[in-house]
Design a protein around this ligand. Structure first.
Ligand SMILES: [Fe+2]
Ligand SMILES: [Fe+2]
Length: 323
């Protein structure tokens, strides 16, 4: 056990050194870095429709059960998201900003649910996950700005759209919280599906209306959020890149939508990373805040990742003790 901890610590120290060197190089070239990195929704099987399809680490009988459970969780998620997408396609095929307003109202909700459950676990004294709380708050902050942009563009003008989106959001909150209690892996996969849909929706819109959008002025909220003030929270939700490596240039409405789309790609990657327990690190952890460099988000071996994981572990523990 000590060897494993020592190895993990050494590995993490090396990663931090590499991370710092890489970040320093990127900061020196900061003005050149304005392009999104290689998120490929169509070519990447990891985010292609079915979302991530993780294989269990070993070939034991428990891994067979786990594989079956993962398939079941992902099938339910895909069925649910496809059903909601069909309804939205029917209602909003000719009203883009209203559709985006509804999507963004719903988009923040799972992050509220994850934070609620994590706070509850912390209140019970079960475990602490500082990085998860920080990153999920930064994700909700980013989605809130998408929502403010859509409101500025008039997406919330109709009473029906506000009524529908807010009622879906309340239902979705309780569903996401229950799913997160049951299986964080399933809840994160569901969010990955939703973020993937958001990416595709904005991508199609940009391809269809790009030339018109280039002639329209940028949203004031977008200029403030993407280019002014403290960018800590903007960097915080992008867990697959070092801080200060993405600084958008916002000249017109096209730039606004390109950056919203790219944000959705970052959410997608973060949600995928979360499906592996203990995998998520704040981009700022171990970078400029040494006091946050603790084992706060590493679970002890005896803990469970939700109710499904607790049942699986108790079943496999019983089986191994019988053998
Ligand atoms: Fe969004
Ligand atoms: Fe999103």
């Amino acid at each position: 056990m000590c060897q494993i901890l020592l190895h993990t610590h050494l590995h993490y120290d090396q990663s931090r050194k590499l991370f710092k060197v890489q970040a320093r190089i990127l900061q020196e070239n900061e003005e050149k870095v304005v392009v999104e990195d290689s998120f490929q929704p169509k070519s990447s099987p990891e985010v292609d429709g079915s979302g991530s399809d993780r294989e269990p680490p070993d070939g034991s009988s428990s891994s067979g059960i786990e594989r079956w459970v993962i398939k079941l969780e992902q099938s339910i998620n895909i069925l649910l998201t496809d059903s909601v997408i069909k309804i939205l396609d029917t209602l909003y095929h000719d009203r883009d900003y209203a559709r985006f307003f509804v999507l963004e109202t719903i988009a923040r909700v799972p992050y509220f649910a994850f934070m609620s459950v994590l706070h509850m676990y912390e209140s019970f004294g079960w475990w602490r996950r500082a990085d998860y709380l920080k990153v999920h708050f930064a994700e909700s902050w980013n989605e809130m700005h998408h929502l403010l942009i859509m409101e500025e563009l008039g997406g919330n003008a109709w009473w029906f759209d506000r009524f529908l989106s807010q009622h879906i959001a309340v239902f979705y909150y309780f569903m996401a919280a229950f799913m997160y209690l049951l299986s964080p892996r399933m809840a994160y996969h569901f969010s990955e599906c939703v973020e993937h849909h958001a990416f595709e929706t904005y991508d199609k819109f940009i391809n269809a209306k790009g030339e018109d959008l280039k002639k329209l002025p940028a949203s004031k909220v977008a200029i403030k959020y993407y280019t002014e003030g403290d960018m800590y929270l903007f960097d915080e939700f992008q867990t697959s890149r070092a801080p200060n490596t993405r600084r958008p240039v916002i000249d017109n409405l096209y730039d606004v939508f390109v950056n919203i789309r790219d944000d959705e790609a970052e959410h997608c990657k973060t949600m995928k990373a979360c499906q592996t327990p203990g995998n998520l690190r704040s981009p700022h952890s171990g970078f400029d805040n040494a006091f946050e460099d603790d084992a706060g988000c590493i679970l002890p071996d005896t803990s469970c990742e939700g109710i499904v994981d607790c049942i699986k572990k108790s079943v496999t523990r019983d089986t191994s003790s019988v053998n």
